[in-house]
Every structure is written in structure tokens, then in C-alpha cells.
Design a protein around this ligand. Structure first.
Ligand code: APR
Ligand code: PHB
Length: 391
């Protein structure tokens, strides 16, 4: 078997890359370890930047997103007994975010790939990469061989792609946080129209949503927290304690339909390429979810990689491919910093003393009262324009 681009992983990065390449007349095969049902059900974050929405709409996969996605023009920071709105429409006019679950994006992309006759293979075992530092790389899996011009490693943080790069090539930067997020999806109407990021003495909580009937919540918990220790009543009691901190706000509760614990870390591997292997999305970098940047960064990488591959397949020029990592990394690091900053601003760190807590409050007061500081949060949250990182 032979294809132009062998793509490992059918998450948002791999699927979108395959779809954008198809629109440019470039062939690919996507190899995914899990089943289609599994990837379509995997609940992840759900905040899409304007640029991400535009990318999906321009690629022809935004129809349901436009219909069911929830446009948001602000978020609330809740602390010290009051809520403070970060008003995107005033601070970053014309820019907003859309709340739409990542697994919905995945469903839409899989449907589009299959409708166009795309080759997406699920439950593929033992993908291995070979000869990536030659111009004839190939993949093997389940006794088959796939020859490629280029391989795209879109297989997430724990994938095989990054691990196949020889030792000494990559420099890895990481930050592990001393807490995790316990996330739930509940069948209940959201208690707020906008997302609430709550900082309390008991730890951080986030109120998000998926639809007018489904809410999404997160609680800061210990890094080694046992999900078994959190029966429904305890989850709701803790969410109430952290969110019902302003007068007149009552949290509506309902059936919990999904739950999980996510570790919090930042990670970047540099460069995001080696020979004919290019890493995109979580395979190359991850961020703590506080800034809601993971999926958006994956989309930004894939846009850059698509352009570079289109040039390569048009005239054989490797200039844009050679510059792939350099083109992506400024946005990657901006998102690392923003995610670290949001995390630091809102979570309880055991190591913090009273002085550090006061600094945190002071910064929150500044962000919620100063036009300049509020704009810093808003412009990063809605997402910086693409041109800035590619020019
Ligand atoms: N072989 C084949 N597929 C693999 C392998 C492997 N060895 N290892 C992992 N995969 C698959 C995973 O099952 C998953 O479906 O690669 C896919 C990677 O998808 P994601 O983890 O969703 O990563 P990405 O597409 O980069 O999307 C980034 O996902 O993790 C979230 O918050 C993150 O929103 C961000 C987004
Ligand atoms: C979500 O809805 O899942 C979500 C929203 C905002 C975040 C993280 C996750 O910062």
C-alpha cells in the first residue's frame, strides 16, 4: 500500500489534517488505535476559538457546529464573594468563542472523511514508524505496510510518533501541576449563561456547558485522586460549595452521565519534526485545560502543516516543511504561558502562603478592573489571529 501522507491518530488533529489535505487533492490514510465509537464518545474540552470555527466552516464541516454551537461573548471570574465578567464584546470587539464539544468536532470530521471516500482505519494495532529520516518512510501495522512520502504524528501525548524520534533529537519542556481536574457531564440545564471560573479557598471549580440541557463541570482535586471517593452527592456538594459563593446563585443539579479525572500538565517537544515525521496537536504539546487551548492549538498546527505539505506536493520544495516547527512554536508557547497563567491565577496551591494568596487576589482584581489587563485575558482566550505566527 502507498499513500502521500500517513497519519497516525484520529483525534481532531489527524482527522482535520486528512480532511484539509483531501481538499487540496492530497491523499492520506488515517490509522487509529481505538474504535470509532470510542473516539466519538470520548469527552474532552469544548471551547472553540473564532479561528477554529472559521477553519471548520471553511473546510465544509461547520454545518452542525453553526447550528448547535453556543456562541459566547464573555466569561465570569468568580472569587471573593463576587462575580466579575470579562466582556469580550467590549475588550476584543468582534471576537468570541463557541462552546461545542470536542467529540462533536470529531464526529463531524469522521462523517466528512467517510462521505468523501477517505481512508480512516479504526482499531489498528501496533502502528510502527520506519525510516523516518529518509525520504521513503513507511508505517507497519497488523502485518501490513504503508509506504508514505510524509508521516504525520497526530497520536496524542501517549502516542508512538514522538517516541519514535531518536534520543537526543528533541528537547522536552514540562510542568506538572500538584493537582488534577475531576470533570463531569450532567443532564441539567446550565445554571449560568456563560462559563464561570471560580477561585475559592476550597480550590478551583469551573461551570461550563454543552447544550441547553447538558452542563459540564470541573473540580480541582488531588493529583492522585480516586474517582471512587467521589459519589454523586459529594461531587454536587463540592460544586455547590465552590460555585454558590455569590448572592442569589443556586446550582441546579441532575444526573451525572460521564466522569473522569485529568492530570494537569504543560509539555512541549522541540522541534515538532524529525526527517519526514511531523508532530501535530497533543503529540507535540499539551496545556493544562484552564485556558481551553488544547484543541485550538491542534487546529493551528494542522493549518500550518497543510500549507507546507501543499507546497511540497506541488513542486517538491521542502522549505515550508523545514519551517513547520518554527512557524508553530510561537503560538504553542503563547498558549503554554496563557494556560499556566490562568491556572496559577485560579487554583489553590498547597505551597502557597498567605502572601502568595494575596498576590493572587491582587492580580484577579487587576484583571477584572483594568481595561489593559482584562484585554490581555480576553485576547488570549478568544485566540490570537493566525497571521501573527506564520508571518
Ligand atoms: N496508534 C494509533 N493511534 C493512536 C496511537 C497509536 N499508537 N496512540 C494514540 N492514538 C490515537 C488516540 O487513540 C487518539 O484517538 O491518537 C488520537 C490522538 O487524539 P487526541 O488525543 O484527541 O489528540 P489531538 O488530535 O492532538 O487533539 C488535541 O485533544 O487531548 C485533547 O485537549 C486536547 O483538545 C486537545 C486535543
Ligand atoms: C469544557 O467545557 O469542557 C471546558 C471549558 C473551558 C475550559 C476547559 C474545559 O477552560
Amino acid at each position: 500500500m502507498r499513500t502521500q501522507v500517513g497519519i497516525i491518530g484520529a483525534g481532531p488533529a489527524g482527522l482535520l489534517l486528512s480532511h484539509l489535505l483531501h481538499l487540496r487533492g492530497i491523499e492520506s490514510v488515517v490509522l487509529e488505535r481505538r474504535s470509532r465509537e470510542y473516539v466519538e464518545r470520548r469527552v474532552r474540552a469544548g471551547v472553540l476559538e473564532q479561528g477554529t470555527v472559521d477553519t471548520l466552516v471553511e473546510a465544509g464541516v461547520g454545518e452542525r457546529l453553526k447550528r448547535e454551537g453556543l456562541p459566547h461573548h464573555g466569561i465570569e471570574l468568580r472569587y471573593g464573594g463576587a462575580g466579575h465578567r470579562i466582556a469580550f464584546e467590549r475588550l476584543v470587539p468582534g471576537r468570541s468563542i463557541t462552546v461545542y464539544g470536542q467529540q462533536e468536532v470529531v464526529k463531524d470530521l469522521i462523517a466528512a472523511r467517510l462521505a468523501a471516500g477517505g481512508d480512516v482505519r479504526f482499531e489498528v494495532d501496533d502502528v510502527a514508524l520506519h525510516d523516518i529520516d529518509t525520504d521513503r518512510p513507511y508505517l507497519t501495522f497488523g502485518g501490513e505496510r504503508l509506504d508514505c512520502d510524509v508521516i504525520a504524528g497526530c497520536d496524542g501525548f501517549h502516542g508512538v510518533s514522538r517516541a519514535s524520534i531518536p534520543e537526543g533529537v528533541l528537547t522536552e519542556y514540562r510542568r506538572d501541576y500538584p493537582f488534577a481536574w475531576l470533570g463531569i457531564l450532567a443532564r441539567v440545564k446550565p445554571s449560568s449563561e456563560e462559563l464561570i471560573y471560580a477561585r475559592t479557598e476550597r480550590g478551583f471549580a469551573l461551570h461550563s456547558m454543552r447544550s441547553p440541557e447538558i452542563s459540564r463541570f470541573y473540580l480541582q482535586v488531588a493529583p492522585d485522586e480516586d474517582l471512587e471517593a467521589w459519589p454523586d452527592e459529594r461531587i454536587w456538594a463540592e460544586l455547590r460549595a465552590r460555585l454558590e459563593t455569590v448572592p442569589g446563585f443556586t446550582l441546579a443539579t441532575g444526573d451525572i452521565v460521564e466522569r473522569g479525572i485529568t492530570p494537569m500538565r504543560g509539555f512541549v517537544a522541540e522541534p515538532m519534526q524529525h526527517g519526514r515525521l511531523f508532530l501535530a496537536g497533543d503529540a507535540a504539546h499539551i496545556v493544562p485545560p484552564t485556558g481551553a487551548k488544547g484543541l485550538n492549538l491542534a487546529v493551528a498546527d494542522v493549518r500550518v502543516l497543510t500549507e507546507a505539505l501543499a507546497r511540497f506536493f506541488a513542486d517538491g520544495s521542502t522549505e515550508a516543511l523545514d519551517g513547520y516547527s518554527r512557524a508553530c512554536l510561537p503560538r504553542v508557547w503563547r498558549a503554554q504561558h496563557f494556560s499556566w497563567w490562568m491556572t496559577t491565577l485560579l487554583h489553590t496551591f498547597e505551597s502557597d502562603d498567605a502572601y502568595a494568596r494575596r498576590l493572587q487576589t491582587s492580580y484577579l482584581d487587576y484583571v477584572t478592573s483594568s481595561e489593559a489587563a482584562g484585554t490581555t485575558l480576553a485576547e488570549n482566550y478568544v485566540g490570537l489571529p493566525y497571521e501573527e505566527e506564520t508571518s
